[in-house]
Design a binder for this molecule. Structure first.
Ligand SMILES: Cc1cc2nc3c(=O)[nH]c(=O)nc-3n(C[C@H](O)[C@H](O)[C@H](O)COP(=O)(O)OP(=O)(O)OC[C@H]3O[C@@H](n4cnc5c(N)ncnc54)[C@H](O)[C@@H]3O)c2cc1C
Length: 293
């Protein structure tokens, strides 16, 4: 189901972001507690779980494949009547209530469980330094700022093709650097596809070039489309520790009403930890919501 077809209310008690084992476990527990919540995910939940060839450490199911376990998780969530709303969160503005933003919609939530996993892709040199000064994660959100300018889209999935096509309508030049298997036939012919590996983003005050090894592309903006956004870039000011969201044993983060669960809270990157933390985070969020009354 496409995000634009989904009716989203202006406000929920709880928003759960990410439809991997952590998010699904959080959603089940929120449902059992009968809370007013929305469960947000990507189009495919979860790429990581589906890639596990054989899982030996999931209690009760010896030697189950990631694909099968994923299907069982999804069936369980569906059987409880919990819709997974395809809504990629690009920003969270501080609260409570927090404002959750995607490329074309936004709404508020009193509490949030972040269960977005971790990105397997390292940040590029220059990415953090130039964030907000030409580097962004949602081209369609910032698009108008780049009218008649040159931009590059670096993408790890097909979502980047839609972003690039949108930008081609008003940018002077759009480069596309793909990091996934596709014939890119959906791309607008005005877009220049570049082969190469990103070595870094160059600029002093703002983005000036994208270094792709064999050449430096002269650009004003670089948009990076990954499956998972770095957590610290989802919401500014969130306390991190060793590259993960800092949580206590109640899965509370440094912000009130904001909980985190699963791989995004750090190692071990394991299913049982993700599912356990997801359930705990949802129950703690329910307690938090009760305390507001
Ligand atoms: C090849 C492989 C084999 C593995 N084998 C095992 C194993 O045998 N045993 C084991 O215990 N673990 C294994 N793991 C690890 C396990 O898959 C992870 O620990 C687990 O999937 C983490 O769950 P999660 O819910 O935290 O994150 P994920 O499963 O990564 O799910 C996060 C979800 O959130 C979505 N998302 C991210 N950002 C956003 C956003 N901004 N808005 C909306 N949605 C978003 C993502 O698209 C994704 O669907 C393996 C992993 C891999 C890659």
């Amino acid at each position: 189901m496409s995000e634009s077809l989904q009716t989203i209310n202006n406000h929920y008690e709880l928003a759960i972001i990410g439809c991997g084992p952590a998010g699904m476990s959080a959603a089940l527990n929120a449902k059992i507690r009968n809370r007013d919540f929305i469960f947000l995910g990507s189009e495919f939940c979860s790429p990581k779980l589906s890639k596990a060839p054989q899982i030996d450490n999931w209690l009760g199911f010896p030697e189950i494949s990631g694909k099968e376990l994923r299907q069982r998780f999804l069936d369980h969530v569906k059987s409880r009547g919990i819709p997974i709303v395809p809504f990629k969160v690009t920003n969270i503005y501080p609260g409570p209530p927090y404002t959750l933003v995607s490329k074309d919609q936004s709404f508020e939530a009193d509490a949030i469980v972040i269960a977005t996993g971790v990105s397997v892709n390292k940040l590029f040199p220059g990415e953090t330094e130039l964030l907000g000064r030409g580097v962004g994660y949602c081209a369609t959100c910032d698009g108008p700022l780049y009218k008649n300018k040159k931009v590059a889209i670096v993408s790890y999935n097909q979502e980047g093709e839609d972003e690039a096509n949108y930008m081609a309508d008003f940018c002077a030049k759009v480069y596309y650097v793909s990091n996934y298997d596709s014939d890119l036939s959906r791309l607008d012919p005005r877009i220049e596809v570049k082969k190469g590996t990103v070595k870094g983003i160059i600029g002093t005050e703002k983005v000036q070039q994208l270094d792709i090894g064999e050449e430096q592309l002269p650009v004003d903006g670089v948009f990076i489309i990954r499956d998972t956004l770095p957590a610290e870039q989802l919401i500014s000011g969130l306390e991190m520790e060793d590259g993960a969201i800092k949580v206590n044993h109640k899965l509370e983060t440094s912000m009130p009403g904001l909980f985190a669960a699963g791989d995004c809270t750090g190692q071990p990157f394991q299913l049982i930890k993700a599912a356990g933390e997801g359930g705990t985070a949802a129950l703690q969020a329910v307690k938090y919501l009760d305390s507001l009354k």
